[in-house]
Design a protein. Structure first.
Length: 558
């Protein structure tokens, strides 16, 4: 029997609602449940409204629910804004020192009083509420104590005292069952990306802080000794990609991370990477746009831009994973592919993937292999851009005795010397195009498209990136097919056509206003019958996709 709970904890920025959400998630994870957390916050340091929507389940889920079982309110605004989401039989847990709420199924916890009595700080009121909530769920004190002892180094004792006081004041209203299964660690998408790149051999990570990619920077910097990876924050995105190209040129596998506005600044250097044939991975974590848009919220509006990024005939990989495990795998795989084919790659994620928290299966790391590339030698005259049969040249790095290793943004001959005559220019362009043909072949050998649900259904929905989660759930609930393209450049034409076999009605679902993937599909001869588009800077949830499909199919019958 499937067990599932949806919990929302909220408060003003600075009240610790996100930490409270993570503690609740860790509690359930320790009991064997799968966890998914969607974090919603405004671009504010203090005030406003932030909340974490935590979905707990015995089966893996990758999206939030529209209705919640438990609402934990650190302030009154949380109750005001989310009371309509609480199920009729749902329970409200609130700070009764700060909020006066009259509701039958509500539990008031005097968090402010408890914290003051224990000599704690105001932010520790979140611990009082989490502890009281744990008691309401029938979770044992031993389980909660072990978690809090592990999570807090600083102020551990005072937090434990506050938790114990709140725990003792409340009564159990239900009993959460412990599930006998392997416990999965909780990781954000950004943390998963970092781990995947490190596993493949990442040496240097460069970034300028830009939401929602900043988490990669913080995570790698904080784990530098464990990962043996250097993390460098520079003054802007132009400096970031230029430094990364320089380090990759010298033989250090490098990656950069940014969002749409920062990526826009990097596109000239992306062209340089293609011309100079320098391997590099660029993580673009999308947020609502154009310009600054809604900077702490999500969107899937950068696809067309990323496909066309860079001037000229650009040879690159572009992959859009749909969850933390895919993000981890493809971060590592793209680093390897970039070095194998000596070209840049783009890992296209979004805020929903980058900053959401997932139950993470570490087995995916076993699939990531170390970087390999075509090594050169100095027995003969070394030519950095040797015109080979498959377009891939041998690779050496500056400092190698007997080798002159050049890098240039100009069109060049095989040794790297600038040329301008038409025959030489076409010859080197043909070389890069042959390399792109090899890239197309390797993508078709990989699982570049996934299919879920009823694979024989004539009705199909197609989604990419973070929309995979709710779309997959819809397909499984409605017994229809769901198609997820992962690699978008080079486009896996054979695999997408194989996935489309038997489909008579195709609905495209994506988080932008123009249906950008639809244009890509049309260029490959794939006809989309209807589109479900969302562009209010919030992610899709399962229920709204179901409602939209219901209307589409109802109109079709008419």
């Amino acid at each position: 029997m499937s067990i599932e709970y949806s919990i929302l904890v909220g408060g003003a920025a600075g009240m610790g609602s996100r930490r409270a959400g993570l503690l609740i998630a860790e509690l359930f994870s320790s009991l064997g449940y799968y966890v998914f957390i969607y974090d919603d916050y405004q671009s504010l340091i203090r005030g406003g409204h932030s909340f974490s929507n935590i979905r707990i389940s015995t089966s893996k889920k990758l999206s939030s629910c529209s209705k919640i079982d438990f609402l934990i309110a650190l302030d009154k605004r949380t109750w005001t804004e989310h009371q309509s989401e609480l199920k009729k039989e749902g329970t409200l847990i609130y700070n009764s020192d700060r909020i006066d709420i009259s509701k039958r199924q509500a539990v008031g916890i005097p968090a402010q009083t408890i914290v003051q009595d224990m000599g704690g700080k105001k932010i520790m009121e979140n611990i009082a509420l989490v502890s009281g909530f744990a008691k309401i769920l029938g979770i044992e004190w031993k389980t909660l104590k072990e978690l809090l002892s592990k999570e807090f180094n600083k102020f551990r004792n005072i937090n434990l005292q506050i938790a114990k006081k709140s725990f003792g004041r409340n009564k159990s209203l239900t009993k959460i069952k412990r599930i006998k299964k392997k416990r999965f660690p909780l990781l954000t998408g950004n943390q998963a990306i970092a781990q995947g790149a490190v596993k493949a051999g990442l040496s240097l990570y460069f970034a300028y802080p830009m939401t929602p990619a900043t988490g990669i920077l913080h995570y790698l910097a904080g784990r530098s000794k464990d990962f043996k990876t250097k993390t460098i924050q520079l003054e802007n995105e132009l400096a970031v990609i230029s430094a990364a190209l320089g380090s990759a040129y010298t033989g250090a596998p490098s990656m950069v991370g940014t969002s749409g506005g920062g990526f826009a600044l990097m596109t000239e250097s992306l062209s340089l990477a293609c011309q100079a044939e320098i391997p590099l991975v660029i993580v673009n974590s999308q947020r609502s746009a154009p310009a600054s848009g809604v900077p702490t919220y999500t969107a899937q509006g950068d696809l067309s831009f990323c496909l066309a990024a860079g001037h000229g005939d650009i040879v690159k990989f572009l992959v859009a994973p749909g969850d933390a495990e895919e993000s981890c795998y493809w971060a590592g795989r793209l680093l390897s592919l970039s070095w194998e084919y000596q070209t840049p790659s783009i890992l296209l994620v979004d805020k929903q993937i980058s900053e959401s928290t997932f139950s993470f299966d570490k087995k995916v790391l076993e699939k990531i292999k170390p970087i390999k590339y075509l090594k050169g030698n100095v027995r003969n005259k070394y030519m950095r851009y040797q015109d080979t049969k498959n377009g891939i040249s041998h690779l050496l790095f500056p400092g190698k005795r007997g080798a002159v290793v050049k890098a240039t943004g100009y069109e060049h001959n095989e040794t790297g010397i600038t040329i301008e005559d038409e025959l030489s220019a076409q010859k080197m362009q043909d070389k890069r195009i042959r390399k792109y043909k090899e890239m197309e072949k390797v993508i078709e050998k990989m699982q570049a498209v996934k299919v879920y649900g009823n694979k024989k259904s004539s009705r199909a929905i197609l989604a990419w990136g973070s929309t995979k989660g709710p779309a997959k759930e819809v397909a499984e609930d409605l017994n229809i097919k769901m198609i997820q393209p992962l690699v978008l450049q080079p486009f896996p034409v054979k695999q997408i056509k194989e996935a489309m076999k038997g489909v008579k009605n195709l609905v495209l679902i994506e988080g932008n206003a123009l249906g950008q993937l639809g244009s890509v599909l049309a260029g490959q001869g794939v006809k989309v019958d209807t589109k479900i588009l969302k562009y209010n800077s919030r992610p899709f949830i399962t229920e709204e996709i179901k409602r939209a499909l219901g209307k589409i199919w109802k109109n079709e019958k008419k």
